[in-house]
Design a protein around this ligand. Structure first.
Ligand code: R5P
Length: 272
């Protein structure tokens, strides 16, 4: 693999253990000002110290992250749809590789929608982006997006991840599922997981633990971090599972230790 690609990838997945904690804040590209991401600068700022890379669009990067930040950027370069539109899978490439270079991106991110109406278009987008990225030594993260009607099971996710890897993606993001080890095994490149919809903190940490145990190379997590009432404590707990191999119980303890949570809130969290 090209030196530039390996160098950039080493900024996303720590070469010591091959794992990484990516903070996803790109949701507005089709959802608009979603809950707790209405003011991205405010959401991102306290988390920057703990995130190992940041996934977002150029618009939010330019306006909401100071250029003296040294956090590696995973630039979302696909979109062109909205939650109100006809079909979310009808994505195009929205940002050029030259623009990504100007923004000093470490990685390019693009969604594929296997099994959707626009499957071919999104897979073709991925192939083109890999060609363009490789011209400049920039890796590509394929996001295996899932339509409302599509099952998030190992069979489907393994299909999507494998196709992404076959088309040249350097890293793949998908969802955790039962028999996740089959998804990882069938994919020729590292697989990281999205968090999905907001869960109680313990469940989100459990998801992280199971994914790492089953072979994930880390997380690209958004809502389960910044929609928590304790986002800094959450990202610290996620990091502890990903890199320090903490159990869910241990990470929950570190979560509580990191925050002097009022006892009634603590009880609520413990029982969820
Ligand atoms: C979709 O909006 C994006 O690809 C997100 O970056 C991805 O789903 C990860 O965010 P979350 O953990 O909130 O699912």
């Amino acid at each position: 693999m090209d030196w530039g690609i390996r160098n950039r990838l080493s900024r996303i997945l720590n070469p010591q253990d091959g794992k990484g904690v990516m903070l996803a804040v790109d949701h507005g590209y089709f959802l608009g000002p979603t809950e707790k991401l209405e003011n991205p600068r405010k959401t991102i700022k306290p988390l920057l110290k703990y995130a190992e890379s940041l996934m977002l669009t150029r618009g939010i990067l330019r306006r909401c992250v100071d250029p003296d930040s040294d956090i590696p950027i995973v630039l979302r370069v696909s979109g062109g749809t909205s939650i109100l539109g006809e079909d979310l899978s009808n994505e195009t490439i929205t940002t050029s590789v030259e623009e990504a270079i100007k923004l000093n991106a470490s990685c390019l991110a693009l969604s594929i929608f296997v099994g959707s109406k626009y499957e071919h278009q999104t897979l073709s987008n991925l192939s083109k982006l890999v060609d363009q990225g490789e011209n400049y030594g920039i890796p590509v993260l394929a996001v295996t997006a899932v339509g409302k009607e599509m099952a998030r099971d190992a069979r489907y996710l393994a299909l999507s991840c494998r196709i992404a890897g076959e088309l040249g993606a350097h890293l793949v993001k998908t969802y955790y599922c039962e028999n996740f080890e089959n998804v990882v095994e069938g994919c020729p490149v590292p697989v990281i997981i999205a968090g999905g919809k907001k869960l109680p903190e313990k469940e989100a940490l459990n998801l992280t633990f199971n994914a790492i145990k089953d072979g994930a190379s880390g997380v690209d997590m958004g809502r389960n971090i910044w929609q928590s009432n304790y986002p800094v404590e959450m990202i610290q707990a996620v990091r502890a599972i990903v890199h320090d191999k903490l159990t869910v119980e241990e990470s929950m303890n570190s979560f509580f230790l990191n925050k002097n949570i009022r006892s009634n809130e603590l009880e609520t969290l413990k029982t969820t």
